[in-house]
Write a protein that binds this ligand. Structure first.
Ligand code: CA
Ligand code: CA
Length: 447
């Protein structure tokens, strides 16, 4: 961890640059203070500041900042978004400005598509699926297979073709201020590409019409869905900044149960898996969601990768995975976790360190309602580490690992194998985060 004196000198330099930039730009707007280096650059062309987390490593993250006019788009419909994203083979710098909310479940003429539209012609129906794979007759030892499972997969593929948006390398996808910019019902897929920026977008209602039953998942089986609002798979140099994530308007409390288990239509909000690396997740609002952020999709996801910085985000109404970390070096600082139950989302834990994850969690603020247990803010499998100090619970300095370990048989380790150095903007004091982050996070803040 950076020595305090080093941090102070970093901040001093930063504030000097801020003053000059603010004077030059003739504005004192707070958002310019956050990205002082780019005060003269518009929202669409801004790049990740130097040393701002793991995504600043090496070549840094510039997205589509160098886009020419032929690769600069403003889009307002699903069809326009697909066209603007082009193909994975065209890696010319690209800026895609989203104006208003794009509904992923709409056809070329803007007609709203329903789950029934995707299922039509496949032979799938939930009633038939439930009859085919009822544990009372099908058992619990094997995954569904056969006519109804094939039909379900076919219907799911049809929805996937509609709602998955593949982002090519060297791209900035950014919301136009003042337009409620975002994507509803969709998934931005950043897969096996480098250098992507996602900013100022509200992601909502990413839902799978066709959850799959897995009787072998856990002790009682689970319904699993595809589609994260934003998914990173084998992606490098990604900056997710000032976005909002929510399940609204369909909250999990409305999900029915089948086979005694919640029929879960949501997957992750922002998942970082399959060897993704060098990611900065900054000033987002994660709200009203269960499985929020997965870093590493299995205990063998990849080694030497999954390096992620997560700072100045708000997590409110989150059940779990904020984040769930595996294998990687993950820096979690200056976040505000509000563990009050919101819209029926009752928190289970915030940070899970497993599969030898090397987490540094420092200067975060937890709001815990009366009756909430500090020992349950963390989770682990006995192999993960969590280091770091300066964490506050309801304003009081708290050793979260000590509290967790005192109540758990699978202890979290406290030694980590690395020291964060890409820490621009790190505030060692968490005390004011609930106030400062309330107005400086999520979509709609940037101008
Ligand atoms: Ca899943
Ligand atoms: Ca996922």
């Amino acid at each position: 961890m950076a020595a305090p004196s080093h941090r102070r000198s970093l901040r001093r330099r930063r504030f000097t640059a801020v003053s000059a930039a603010v004077l030059a730009a003739g504005t004192g707007a707070g958002v310019f203070v956050l990205h002082a280096h780019a005060a003269a650059v518009d929202l669409y062309h801004q790049t990740l500041p130097a040393k701002d987390g793991w995504a600043a490593s090496g070549t840094g993250t510039t997205g589509g900042a160098k886009a020419d006019s032929a690769h600069t788009f403003t889009v307002g419909t699903r069809a326009e978004l697909v066209k603007a994203l082009g193909s994975a083979s065209d890696t010319a710098p690209r800026i895609v400005r989203i104006r208003g909310t794009i509904d992923a479940n709409t056809d070329g003429s803007g007609r709203r598509l329903t789950c029934s539209d995707y299922a039509a012609g496949t032979g799938y129906s939930l009633a038939a699926y439930l009859r085919a794979y009822d544990p009372a007759t099908y058992g619990r030892s094997k995954l569904p297979s056969g006519t109804q499972e094939s039909a379900r997969a076919a219907a799911q593929n049809r929805q996937a073709e509609q709602v998955e948006f593949k982002v090519p390398a060297n791209t900035t996808v950014v919301g136009v201020p003042g337009t409620n910019a975002g994507i509803t019902g969709g998934m931005l897929q950043i897969q096996n590409v480098d250098n992507v920026i996602v900013r100022n977008l509200a992601f909502s209602a990413t839902e799978d019409c066709f959850p799959q039953w897995d009787p072998t998942d856990g002790s009682a089986g689970n319904w699993n869905s595809d589609y994260d609002s934003v998914t990173l798979r084998g992606a490098t140099h990604v900056w997710a900044d000032h976005n909002t994530f929510t399940d609204a308007p369909h909250f999990d409390r409305a999900n029915p149960k089948h086979f005694g288990r919640e029929y879960q239509i949501h997957d992750g909000a922002l998942d970082i898996t399959k060897g993704s690396d060098l990611v900065t997740v900054e000033r987002n609002r994660f709200t009203d969601h269960d499985k929020t952020m997965l870093i590493g999709s299995s205990d063998t996801d990849s080694t030497g990768r999954l390096r992620v910085s997560i700072h100045h985000n708000v997590w409110k109404g989150i059940v779990q995975r904020a984040p769930l970390t595996r294998l990687g070096q993950v820096h979690i600082y200056d976040n505000w976790y509000d563990t009050t139950t919101v819209d029926g989302y009752a928190p289970q834990y915030s940070i899970d360190s497993r599969a030898r994850a090397q987490v540094v969690a420092e200067a975060n603020y937890w709001t815990v309602p009366s009756g909430g247990k500090v020992a349950k803010l963390l989770s682990g499998d006995g192999t993960g580490s969590v280091a770091g100090s300066g964490n506050l619970v309801n304003g009081t300095a708290t050793d979260l690992v000590a509290a967790y370990n005192a109540a758990s048989s699978k202890k979290i380790r406290t030694a980590v194998n690395w020291t964060p150095t890409l820490t621009a903007g790190l505030e060692p004091a968490a005390k004011n985060l609930p106030t400062s982050l309330a107005t400086t996070t999520g979509a709609g803040v940037l101008q």
